[in-house]
Design a protein around this ligand. Structure first.
Ligand code: CA2
Length: 149
């Protein structure tokens, strides 16, 4: 299995650090990508980092990951709570999947408490701020090695 991980980000996460810092913090998505790339180098993992506001693009990246990647970190953003299509795509992926939420969704509105993606994820991180991405990447890197063994 490949030592390539995909980090996928859903709608509105391009605004990270630019709006609602009391919920999502001050780091931008570019900062998150930079931190993840530094960690990936340390972990000797290759990285593809993507964000889209379109559901089909996220699905297409999961399909691409099926062909070339060993693991996926995904913050599906609002699609977390709505998208059976992303769940179906993730169910076709054989490697480890870690779901990340910057905020603690369980402390927020009721509609954020349910995640379709959690039905497939090997682990879920919520409420660790943007640091959650690095924790998720570490976990995916570990699971990629374990699943290979
Ligand atoms: O806490 C998370 O990471 C979420 O996935 C973020 C989603 C939200 O719908 C989920 O319930 C929890 C929202 C992403 C929107 O990102 C923004 C960032 C900055 C400013 C405005 C939106």
């Amino acid at each position: 299995m490949s030592r390539l991980a995909f980090i996928l980000n859903g709608p509105n996460l391009n605004l990270l650090g630019k709006r609602q810092p009391h919920i999502y913090g001050h780091e931008t998505l570019a900062d998150v990508e930079k931190d993840c790339r530094a960690l990936a180098k340390e972990l000797k993992v290759d990285l593809r980092f993507h964000q889209s506001n379109r559901e089909y693009e996220i699905i297409d990246w999961v399909h691409e990951a099926r062909e070339i990647a060993g693991g996926i970190v995904i913050n599906p953003a609002a699609f977390t709570h709505t998208s059976v299509a992303i769940l179906d795509a993730l169910n076709t992926f054989e490697g480890p999947v870690i779901e990340v939420h910057i905020s603690n969704v369980h402390k927020r509105e009721e509609f954020r408490h349910h995640s379709f993606v959690s039905g497939r994820a090997d682990g879920v991180i919520a409420g660790f701020g943007t640091q959650g991405y690095q924790l998720a990447l570490r976990r995916v890197a570990r699971l990629m090695v374990e699943k290979k063994a």
